[in-house]
Design a protein around this ligand. Sequence first.
Ligand SMILES: [Zn+2]
Length: 70
Amino acid sequence: MGMVMVKCPQTGHAISTGIKTDRESFRRSPVFFARSRCLICHTDHSWFAREAWVDEPSARALRRSAGSLA
Ligand SMILES: [Zn+2]
């Protein structure tokens, strides 16, 4: 299991959407549209599933170049 992350359009930082899933189910899920509260901007950002990724601990090394707040 991991947290679905998106990139903040204002700052370019990765932010958590608060949605927990695993990469396989996320990849298979139909394209959806969502809004998440950004902890950096304190505003709501709209995002599509195709712009998001699942931050799983095992995949973190691969995602390091994408940037992280952690
Ligand atoms: Zn933001």
